[in-house]
Design a protein around this ligand. Structure first.
Ligand SMILES: Cc1cc2nc3c(=O)[nH]c(=O)nc-3n(C[C@H](O)[C@H](O)[C@H](O)COP(=O)(O)O)c2cc1C
Length: 226
């Protein structure tokens, strides 16, 4: 099982505008030639208004739960040959939807959104000290938050069974989940910010040894600070 370490920023390096080294001959504004446009509705407002908000006020578990449910709720379960496949608002490779989500409150409570049964489960960690170190790691990365943290974890079992070279599918599914949560949070007037850490230590503290789940991202979620 390949695991990926937390990325760590390098200092003193500025990204340059590089472009691709292909043979680009001229520019054409194709989008201007189309009659399609995003209407001035909620989707456009959420997409235009989305920002990573690093100063966050408190949020109730109930409000955070709405973000998870609106993101991860399953609307269709496959049967027969499609057993294990499902439909959600999120895109997912092979309709497997391996990415799940936990809420971790500032007090260290852990709540899992069970997308099979559309319910929230309270999870007892086997190593409470790992939960404390997870929270302090998050607060080191983003000190201005007073809400909760969301941990994305991938259940690798089906992806691994159904695909060779399956790992990149998990990362792309996790990105789709992050962006969807960001848009839903914006629409609900909440503050959302992804973190670079992956949450593997926390995942390991919740599951028995030998498990195959991968921490695929963490985000802070709170109310808009006044
Ligand atoms: C995978 C990922 C990891 C991120 N990690 C951090 C982080 O560790 N700390 C932070 O302050 N922002 C983090 N961000 C937020 C980005 O810095 C932010 O999206 C970027 O600055 C653009 O700003 P915007 O989201 O407001 O458009 C992360 C974003 C993503 C997608």
């Amino acid at each position: 099982m390949s695991r990926t370490e937390d990325p760590s920023p390098r200092t003193g390096i500025k990204p340059e505008r590089k472009g691709f080294a292909w043979n680009s001959e001229n520019t054409i504004d194709y989008a201007q030639r189309s009659t399609l446009s995003l209407d001035d509705g909620l989707l456009k407002a959420s997409m235009d208004g989305r920002r990573s908000i690093r100063s966050q006020g408190p949020i109730s578990v109930a409000d955070a739960a709405v973000v998870l449910r609106e993101t991860f709720r399953t609307t269709f379960f496959g049967a027969g040959d499609l057993e294990g496949r499902r439909r959600k608002r999120l895109v997912s490779a092979g309709a497997i939807h391996p990415v799940k989500c936990l809420i971790v409150t500032g007090a260290g409570e852990i709540i899992f959104y069970n997308d099979e049964d559309d319910c929230f489960e309270s999870i007892a960690p086997t190593a409470p000290s790992e939960v404390r170190s997870f929270l302090s790691e998050c607060l080191e990365v983003i000190p201005g938050v007073n809400g909760c943290f969301l941990v994305l974890l991938a259940d690798t079992r089906d992806s691994q069974a159904l695909y060779s070279n399956y790992q990149s599918l998990l990362w792309r599914d996790a990105g789709a989940a992050l962006q969807t949560m960001a848009l839903i949070s914006t629409t609900l007037g909440l503050a959302f910010c992804p973190l670079g850490i992956l949450g593997q230590g926390l995942v390991d503290a919740l599951l028995p040894s030998g498990h195959t789940a991968i921490g695929v991202g963490v985000a802070a979620l709170g109310s808009m600070a006044p």
